[in-house]
Design a protein around this ligand. Structure first.
Ligand code: FEO
Ligand code: CA
Ligand code: CA
Ligand code: CA
Length: 592
């Protein structure tokens, strides 16, 4: 029967053992279904998926590739919710038979554009289980791709730094790219981080191009051959129009999504808001790069409650006015940090932090940079003010129960290498392969505070490795974990963590851990994903866990002809990134 195993409420299941099965492995007593696969039609008129006759037009009406962030929003239709998904990037060698990476065709490139972006698709709950199925052709269903129209808003919109020959206004952008994780706002919109946008732009040459990692030559995808906006030598400002947080209103299929310049430009992993006591949103954000920074944005405007037209229009301006900050962390045991991960003598990796203001509206707080420069070249602003160089800040989630903010720092194998920064108390291991999770408590539990306390909640790895820490919980009673990436809370206040690139010989997976009470730190593995995949977008509802299985079969040298994985449809069928729902066979709630 389901629900075996003790644990904190919500985490009562028998943990899944580390494994390398080419499937989604779930606890005993649990079942699963593939909710939607790459290529399934969601818009009216879109054809069924046909790998041998794929076209860009078909793809633009079908679910995109490499699903990452997921959000489920309520809908006033019985048993239905609105699923919003990010499609981070494409794996052409796993999408096209005989793909020639040196010479992609225009059709392949245009299919790639149409497979990027976002999907909105209504899903139907099965009455007696947690199973979910898509409602194709629902009027809310929507695709946004690398060629859909987006608008830049906020203090840097219209800046000379954002103007191109195709858009002299500096406000109208075609497409969103590399949407990794994201967030859901209390006013019913979704946020989507544009992460590794640098990879789409060829021939970068400026100092800022270099800081953002643009290639100095051709790109791997070769899009620059088919649209000159992807060639920085011809359109040097086009890349400045990516690397933002996108806000989408999934309830209005005619709305133009906005890129919010007030939240800064970097490799945005995610963006998760929390409200101050007086109703102003504060958005926490990581820049996923080795030695990059952690940020927050504090809005100056209060959210209006209700879903009147006036309230909705007002709430769509909340992320355009406020102050952008970057984090500086100081440990309280600097003398004990030796780069091995050995606990300091005070028993914890912990300390205090300050939020350094970078810009408020049109006013820059960074000497030598205008406000527009701070927003467009935010990494350089962080460099100038001495922000703390972190081990790849990925997803972030405030606890709805305690207000504490959890930041996944996935790994940093360059920490402590020659010429690179060494360990500090928040990033305590050199050559850090497994990552850690930081817990941040704002002063007075006020998200708009300018100071905070922090401690490491988990230092990931094999619990038998002395350089690991599970909030002080006995390590013989936890699952091994490596490379935390996405984080989410369940209805009971447990933190759920999905991994990307686990380095312990098991496939990636999803874990749950209590954050309060006697069982704080008791980490349990809930599922594993197929070969080559990472686990993304976890959503934990009463009756189901939903995950995005991203890039299954993505293994060096794998192709359509020589696949590394046969998930989800078995041998002879294309491996397809998909969304999966997991629920109890007995129909009861997850983990109770
Ligand atoms: Fe796209 Fe930082 O993961
Ligand atoms: Ca990813
Ligand atoms: Ca300490
Ligand atoms: Ca990620």
């Amino acid at each position: 029967g389901g629900g075996k195993g003790d644990g904190a409420r919500g985490l009562r299941f028998a943990p899944v053992a580390p494994n390398t099965a080419d499937t989604v492995t779930v606890p005993e007593g649990y079942a699963q279904n593939v909710v939607i696969r790459w290529g399934e039609p969601i818009l009216r008129g879109a054809p069924a998926f046909d790998a041998d006759r794929q076209t860009a037009e078909a793809q633009a009406g079908q679910f995109g590739y490499n699903n990452d962030f997921l959000s489920l929003l309520p809908l006033r239709e019985h048993g239905r919710q609105v699923l919003v998904a990010n499609h981070e990037y494409t794996d052409e060698q796993l999408m096209f038979k005989g793909y020639d990476a040196a010479n992609p065709t225009r059709e392949q490139v245009e299919i790639g554009w149409a497979a990027h972006g976002l999907s909105v698709v209504v899903v139907q709950e099965e009455r007696r289980s947690g199973k979910l199925t898509p409602v194709s052709r629902h009027w809310l269903n929507r695709r946004l791709t690398a060629t859909s129209e987006f608008r830049l808003t906020g203090p840097a919109a219209g800046s000379d730094l954002l103007k191109t020959s195709a858009d002299p206004s500096g406000t109208k952008v075609l497409g969103t790219l590399n949407n990794c994780a994201g967030g859901t706002t209390p006013w019913g919109t979704t946020l989507h981080g544009e992460e590794n946008f640098n990879q789409y732009f060829a021939n970068g040459s400026s100092a800022t191009d270099k800081r953002y990692g643009l290639s100095t030559g051709a790109t791997e995808r070769k899009w620059e051959r088919f649209d000159k906006r992807f060639d920085a030598a011809q359109e040097p400002n086009e890349s400045h129009r990516f690397g933002w947080v996108v806000e989408l209103d999934p309830y209005d299929p005619d709305s133009t999504p906005r890129k919010r310049t007030a939240l800064g430009r970097f490799k945005h992993e995610a963006a998760q808001p929390r409200l101050t006591r007086d109703g102003r949103p504060v958005v926490y954000m990581g820049d996923d790069e080795r030695f990059d920074y952690f940020y927050k944005f504090v809005s100056s405007k209060r959210m209006k409650k209700g879903d009147s037209r006036a309230a909705r229009e007002h709430n769509l301006t909340l992320l355009d006015e406020g102050t952008l900050y970057v984090a500086k962390l100081t440990g309280d045991s600097p003398q004990d940090i030796d780069g091995t991960g050995k606990l300091p003598n005070d028993g914890e990796f912990d300390g205090s932090g300050v939020w350094i203001p970078l810009a408020t509206g049109d006013v820059s707080h960074v000497p030598g940079m205008t406000a527009e420069e701070v927003y467009v070249f935010t990494r350089l602003a962080g460099d100038k003010v001495g922000a703390t160089k972190m081990d790849r800040p990925e997803d972030v989630e405030p606890s709805p129960r305690t207000g504490r903010v959890y930041v996944a720092l996935t790994n940093n194998t360059d920490r402590g290498k020659a010429g690179k920064p060494g360990a500090d108390e928040a990033n305590p291991r050199n050559l850090n392969k497994h990552g850690q999770i930081l817990e941040l408590a704002e002063h007075w539990d006020d998200p708009s505070s300018d100071g905070f306390a922090w401690r490491l909640f988990l230092v990931a790895g094999d619990p038998e490795d002395p350089a690991t820490y599970f909030a002080g919980y006995p390590k013989d009673r936890v699952s091994p974990i490596s490379c935390p990436d996405n984080v989410a809370f369940d209805p009971y206040g447990n933190l759920w963590i999905s991994t990307d690139g686990a380095q312990l010989g098991s496939h990636d997976g999803l874990f749950g851990v209590a954050t309060t009470g006697d069982r704080r730190g008791e980490l349990k593995q809930f599922l594993t994903v197929p070969k080559g995949a990472e686990t993304c977008g976890p959503i934990i509802q009463d009756r189901r866990v939903v995950v995005a299985v991203q890039h299954p079969g993505e293994v060096d040298g794998a192709t359509v002809e020589k696949p590394a994985s046969t998930w989800p449809d078995g041998p002879g069928r294309l491996v397809r990134p998909s969304v999966v729902a997991v629920y109890r066979k007995d129909g009861r709630d997850i983990g109770v």
